[in-house]
Design a protein around this ligand. Structure first.
Ligand code: MG
Length: 382
């Protein structure tokens, strides 16, 4: 089998209700759908959720020229060839080995994102070629995996305390675990949001805090100690972006609350250092942001060996396969409480992996288990 074409579909749509995390405003949903076509007629679909969209799309088109003619089942070779473009190599000066020169250092995040989008499509093809869903291809048997509902975004014009009722609503829908956005307000106001949410959801529901990196080490230790009485399952992305594994180790030593991290990392080597140093108990690497499903698998197996649970960030329609295949080594796939926060997924995928009774389900459809509504793709083109 050979790859004949890679089609790149940048999609975007305005949110009905703009919102914030502690760090960013979201007024527009964006997604790049990556379609890898083959001479066998099999077509794989991948996606990229990070940006800037135009830069990532340009790299996807550039990489298309490189992967056309390669065997789509050779995901390891394709990943390695694309990754090799990020470093100097013998013969790498233009024209000497038929590949582009080393790619610019300032585009690394977008390059890793583009590699990921193609890689995910290759796994979709691999499943379809084998006639198996990806989780079965990987040796998994679980057809439902635990999930949690993320919510509590800061919505303009809405009281930040509305998070308690919102998350209780997800519990009423059957979720047994919920994740609250925190970190945007003053320290005491955030502690009050956590306390109110715990009061309303009751004592038995798991409650994670998704912090989006609001604190330095000292403030984060104080925050962790202030929310400890409210039974927190994990602190996610607790420290400022520039702080490193050894800072997380010091935080972990100061609180019994487990730490979760990984969504902002680009590759396994960065995640390895968080795991090796004992900084985190949950790893949240995101195939759709950077480096793809192949890198997620490498990280998942490394995490398993070190007793760190796998809890991939978002994209449950893809990551449910990883969680299923990892069995007890994985914790959960992530769901968004309000489907309106993922308007593109819910428009284009035939199975966007909506949770039922706190679980995400997997079908026997080969590949990642979704078809694409191309009319919706046309409607959402950026
Ligand atoms: Mg997060």
């Amino acid at each position: 089998m050979k790859i004949t074409e890679v089609r790149v579909h940048p999609l975007a749509t305005d949110f009905a209700q703009p919102c914030w995390t502690a760090h960013e405003r979201f007024d527009r949903a964006q997604l790049i759908l990556v379609e890898v076509r083959t001479d066998s007629g099999l077509v794989g679909i991948g996606e990229v959720s990070s940006g800037p969209q135009a830069v990532v799309a340009d790299y996807l088109r550039k990489f298309a020229e490189i992967v056309v003619g390669m065997d789509p089942l050779g995901h390891g070779d394709i990943w390695a060839r694309l990754m090799s473009l990020t470093v100097p190599r013998p013969g790498g000066i233009p024209g000497w080995d038929g590949l582009p020169p080393p790619l610019p250092r300032h585009d690394r995040a977008q390059i890793m994102a583009a590699i990921g989008g193609i890689d995910i499509a290759l796994w979709d093809i691999k499943g379809k070629a084998a006639g198996l869903p990806v989780f079965r291809l990987l040796g998994g048997t679980r057809t439902e995996v635990f999930t949690y509902a993320t919510g509590g975004f800061y919505v303009e014009g809405v009281s930040p305390m509305a998070c308690a009722e919102e998350l209780a609503g997800y519990v009423a829908q059957g979720h047994r675990a919920v994740k609250l956005k925190t970190g945007a307000l003053a320290f005491d106001d955030e502690v009050a949001r956590v306390a109110a949410t715990r009061r309303v959801i009751g004592p038995d529901v798991l409650l994670m805090l998704d912090m989006n990196a609001p604190y330095d080490l000292a403030d984060c230790i104080a925050f962790a100690q202030a929310v400890e009485p409210h039974g927190i399952f994990w602190l996610e992305e607790p420290l400022h972006w520039y702080l490193q594994p050894r800072d997380f180790v010091r935080l972990a030593a100061a609180t019994p609350i487990p730490l979760a991290h990984g969504e902002r990392e680009w590759h396994r080597h960065a995640v390895r250092d968080f795991i090796d140093q004992g900084a985190i108990r949950y790893v949240q690497f995101d195939s759709t942001r950077h480096a793809g499903f192949t890198e997620s698998l490498r990280i998942a197996h490394y995490a398993e060996m070190h007793g760190v649970k796998v809890a991939p960030h978002t994209a449950p329609h893809i990551h449910r396969h990883l969680v299923s295949a990892l069995g007890d080594a994985a914790f959960a796939a992530e769901s968004v409480g309000d489907p309106g926060r993922h308007p593109i997924h819910h428009a284009v995928y035939s199975d966007p992996a909506d949770a039922k009774d706190g679980m995400v389900h997997l079908s026997e459809q080969p590949g990642f288990g979704y078809d694409i509504d191309w009319a919706q793709v046309d409607r959402l083109r950026a």
